[in-house]
Write a protein that binds this ligand. Structure first.
Ligand SMILES: [Zn+2]
Ligand SMILES: [Zn+2]
Length: 445
């Protein structure tokens, strides 16, 4: 008897606590929504987010339906992981942006493998749709607990940058181009090793298998071995010759994952571990990368939250992120752009951490331009701040315009906090001559 009433009381208490939590969550979510909505519509080119005029029902992070009394900005959809044909995606950055727009995405991170070459085109296309582009890149790295190549595991690290791109772009760019070159060198070394093992393969054959402009990887080599009749199947190719440290194995130029995380932090980016569920030993990797400065890990996928990695994110104090990893391959098994439903508080946590990092990067980049102006610095900034101006729009005539372009990401408060006026003032003395034709401006004081 007593037991029953106790359990009733317990249920009632739980109900009360839940109600309280829901109320609090709703208030938190409303604040987060406003804060993010403001940022998304900060760009002067962006249309303001639609305002629902009647009370509507939204599903919150905990699958509870909440009726809104006040009208809130629409929850802006973030897509934080996507690829274009500048790496192994199938769509151009413009087509990708258009698809994102069709799918309701308001903020898109283009994260091609080891290149940021698609960003200017994505920015140009996004301008038309009022979509915000987060300049990103997915960097190939390796992890080995004792830095031995025999126990190496490939790791992908996502980097998210602000409106002026990375600070010290050359350092990042050198790292990326060395990784890209390394893929070709690695494939050639594997063929040399196979030749010495009396299993010759033609380079042209391998390139054909990999496809146009794609650097051949181990899987492509394995497929060529099967097609040439050297092995019976892909598994045999790997288990006998191509396994990590195997007789035909070769390393690329992928840096150690900790170095990549440190590089991203140094260059003003947010670093996140991509698809940790693909790793053989995720825990030591997450632990080491956290120590190197990692900010987050992917936890959300289009099929929901991956509970084990969500717990790991909690354990190590990491942001819980996620994206579709859309490549445009087609087929039923591919998650579409914008299909990962990031909870609003997750987006809020990400932005709360990212914005001061991006703010500092913007300040450092513009300060460096103000102190020692050069065309190369200016061109680099414009790469990330909409390189080409649509017809009818004014090209920048002095560096103050560049500051305004970069500061379009910032709220008034943020502008004040990073000595906006001082830098802007200094930049207004620097004139850009467009006689050479934009985007090859000539700078003078
Ligand atoms: Zn990846
Ligand atoms: Zn990816």
């Amino acid at each position: 008897m007593n037991g029953i009433s106790n359990s009733k009381r317990e249920r009632r208490r739980k109900k009360r606590t839940n109600k309280k939590n829901n109320r609090r969550t709703t208030a938190e979510q409303a604040a987060a929504l406003r804060w993010i909505g403001e940022w998304v519509s900060l760009a002067s080119s962006s249309p303001p987010p639609p305002q629902p005029s009647t009370p509507s029902s939204v599903s919150d992070d905990f699958q509870v339906s909440v009726t809104r009394k006040q009208s809130l900005p629409e929850r802006p959809a973030f897509e934080l992981h996507s690829h274009s044909f500048y790496s192994d995606g199938y769509l151009s950055p413009s087509a990708l942006v258009e698809r994102a727009h069709r799918n309701g995405v308001r903020v898109l991170a283009l994260t091609d493998h080891d290149t940021m070459a698609g960003i200017p085109e994505a920015l140009q296309a996004a301008y038309k749709f009022g979509i915000r582009i987060i300049p990103g890149v997915e960097i190939s790295a390796v992890f080995s607990p004792r830095r031995e190549s025999a126990s190496e595991e490939p790791v992908h690290i996502l980097a998210y940058y602000g409106s002026c791109g990375p600070v010290g772009f050359e350092e990042l760019d050198n790292c990326l181009s060395s990784i890209r070159d390394g893929r070709y060198t690695r494939a050639k070394t594997m063929l040399l090793k196979l030749r010495s093992l009396k299993m010759p393969l033609k380079w042209e054959h391998l390139v054909k298998i990999a496809g146009n402009g794609v650097a051949p990887g181990r899987l492509h080599v394995a497929r060529a071995m099967v097609e040439a009749g050297h092995v019976e199947n892909l598994k045999q190719a790997f288990s006998r010759y191509l396994f990590d440290g195997g007789p035909a194995y070769a390393r690329g130029n992928e840096p150690h994952a900790e170095e990549v995380v440190k590089l991203i932090c140094r260059t003003g980016g947010v670093a996140a571990l991509a698809h940790p569920w693909a790793l053989k030993s995720p825990i030591p990797i997450i632990r080491s990368l956290k120590a190197a400065g990692l900010h987050g890990i992917e936890v959300y996928r289009s099929d929901g939250k991956f509970a084990a990695f969500s717990d790991l994110a909690d354990t190590y104090g990491l942001l819980k992120l996620g994206g579709s990893d859309y490549h445009g391959r087609g087929g039923h098994d591919e998650s579409d752009l914008g299909s990962v439903n990031l909870p609003i508080l997750t987006v809020y946590e990400f932005m709360k951490l990212a914005r001061p990092i991006w703010c500092n990067a913007i300040r450092d980049i513009l300060q460096s331009l103000a102190d020692a102006p050069s065309n190369s610095k200016l061109e680099r900034i414009l790469k990330f701040g909409r390189l080409k101006y649509p017809k009818g729009e004014m090209s920048p005539s002095c560096c103050k315009d560049i500051a305004d372009l970069c500061y379009s990401w910032l709220t008034d408060e943020e502008k004040q906090s990073i000595e906006f006026e001082a830098i802007r003032c200094k930049l207004s003395d620097i004139v850009i001559h467009n006689s050479n034709g934009f985007p090859n401006p000539v700078i003078s004081r």
